[in-house]
Ligand binder design. Sequence first.
Ligand SMILES: Nc1ncnc2c1ncn2[C@@H]1O[C@H](COP(=O)(O)OP(=O)(O)O)[C@@H](O)[C@H]1O
Ligand SMILES: CC(C)(COP(=O)(O)O)[C@@H](O)C(=O)NCCC(=O)O
Length: 317
Amino acid sequence: MDQVSPSSLSPYRYFSVEEWSKLRADTPMTLSAEEVHALKSMNDPISISEAEAIYLPLSRLLSFHVEAKDKLYAVRSKFLGAKEGKMPFIIGIAGSVAVGKSTTARILTELMARWPGHPRVSLVTTDGFLYPNAVLAKEGMMERKGFPESYDVATLLRFLSDIKAGKRKVRAPVYSHLTYDIVPGETLIVDQPDILIFEGLNVLQTRDLPRDGKEVPFVSDFFNFSIYIDAEDDVIRRWYIDRFMSLKGTRFTDPRSYFHRYANIEDDEARRVAEGLWERINLVNLDENIRPTRPRADLIIGKAGDHSVNEVALRKL
Ligand SMILES: Nc1ncnc2c1ncn2[C@@H]1O[C@H](COP(=O)(O)OP(=O)(O)O)[C@@H](O)[C@H]1O
Ligand SMILES: CC(C)(COP(=O)(O)O)[C@@H](O)C(=O)NCCC(=O)O
């Protein structure tokens, strides 16, 4: 019998940055260096050359997927003999805390909004669906923020289901990193986008609601395409701690910041606080809940210690 090497069984095709960048073909760059710079998150550098090499090919691939979905939708309508409501294309972006999901989400949002036809692209983060601190504290879950049980999954699924059904003016709750809590009474209105990017730690998880024999969907059932952003644990740890130290001198100085009490402590002590948050919460969540979902993504973006992308893996169809 022929030997089967494990790599030949991989459901992914792997690309070096050079190979991937060629798949841009003739896709024009529609963002300036200044615009790319403005889209980056704190402590997550991205250059115009990286936006071109990584995100233009991805934008091209996604445009093909959107086109294919529209064709599928048209034949389905023909089969059903009736037009269904307008259905957006939904992209999920997953990955650890501090891995740079927000930067990727923002770059993709802007690139896609500039496609010919100017689709309406909305970006929603899952933190809005966390339970408020008052609820988490009552349940003894303040050190479980970001873990599957810290989200109101029923509300999150209702939101996605309404969006997918083409409902108008769907509301999502809003989270503030400054106050570290849900903002009471504030909502984000999503109004029939052509494309929705749904970004968060948990979007590829298969933790479900009590099913009681009913067919309850997973979050990822709503996705037309999913992306996982990856880097080595030690690297993400460093990014998390570096970001905490930058925040110490910036956002934490605001008296409204949940972390204000750390703004004036010694750097060594602040570093220990950040290390503690990483080890006790975010690393555990990464190991137990987030990285195990990586093999479910359609595309994996691998990042090196300097935040640059060093590998792209695309799921074989
Ligand atoms: N304590 C904080 N105060 C202010 N902004 C924060 C804080 N923590 C994270 N952020 C910002 O929130 C966004 C999301 O961060 P995170 O959930 O770690 O995901 P990622 O780094 O993968 O985008 C980032 O733009 C980050 O800079
Ligand atoms: C708010 C988060 C759970 C991220 O939520 P997401 O948008 O991915 O749903 C995370 O940034 C966080 O605050 N984690 C708790 C531990 C910490 O303070 O780092």
